[in-house]
Write a new protein. Sequence first.
Length: 444
Amino acid sequence: MKSKVLLLVSSILISTAAFAQKEELKTLKKIYGREKTSDSDMADYKATLSKAESLVANSTEDDKVYFAFYKAMSPVLEMNLVMSKPENLNNPALILKYLTVDNVSQLVTNLNATLDYEKKSGKQVYTKDIEETITSFKPMIVNFAIALANNSNYKDAAVVLHAIYELDKKDVEKLYYSANYAVNSKDYDLSLKYYQELKALNYTGADMAYYAINKETKKEDSFNTKAERDIYLKANSHEKPRDEKLPSKRPEIFKNIALIYVELGKSAEAKAAIKEARIENPEDVALILTEADLFLKEKDMVSYKKLIVEALEKNPNDAILVFNLGVVSYNNKELVDAEKYYVKAIELDPKYVDAYLNLAILKLDAEKSLIEKMNKLGTSAPEMKKYDVLKKQREDVYKSAIPYLKKVTELSPDNVEAIKTLIGVYNALEMFDEAKVLKAQLKK
């Protein structure tokens, strides 16, 4: 008998709680549906949300979805109430109190959840209202993202733009810019996720750009659509319309995926991504160099040199590429080729400091073997003759390096190591006056 009483009490408590939560949801629905919300309405709305939170936790899917919807809309209702007051009309900064990254994320998540639920259940309670909310609030959220980016808050800007894309999956452009902002924030995992999504969608971004000359400013203005431009043309404020086909962003997307893998240190994935990217960007020298850099890090100099040569074929007047070939050749002990490439780099860029410096180093390298030979000689007359010959060769080595070291000190007067090296060369050649001048320069 006692157990039946307990069961009866339990069922009464459950039904009472269920009744309470239904009443709370009715109150939220009633306040939400009002044409105008007052301060007392808003206070009741927030208090009801607080009461209903624990009650809804163990309720039906229907109750959970709509409670989450009312909760997500709370900052929107409050913002509309505050901004409707005459004293706040000229204070748009107040909007930022309610328009936060967390509030936007919560809004997007729960608006989409409500739309999905109503589609599944077949009862459209708020579908039309949500669609109108998206249309009216989307420009404001876009401006919020731009403001975040303008303040170098790229991570939050990326999240907000991605939220806009989640609200309107047709607006893939927002996903593209969210990926760019994520790169700017150096959140490479997030940017990779967004770029992979763009890749899966086969997004190209290829579109038409519409321009016309502003008669007053005499400058060309851009328009979002042809219809928008036509309005200005008919109003006679603009003339000379021009259309421009925008290039596909797909090659850039593939390229960025590859570069992100490089940043993340994922060599295998980077190589695979670069292969794909190069199919999309066959003439992109930067991609060839990115791949070359991967091989350089792995100390695969054969593959590195092959790619640098390929890049140079596409861009034969690139002094940096020629210089890099010189470095590779020097490291491979191909000194004749190294000198040829360094000289060529200087021909292409007469102010290429590193090329002059590397040429000087290459010339001075010959000193080592000469010193070794000199140190092995004895003091006999024949050996002293050999010593004099080697000494003369050593002096010639020093003299051959002087023009390049002088050029380095001229182009880069703060290069202390180059100055010290040239002082050492002058002293070895007993050119003490020249060394004295350089020592004074070093003191300065």
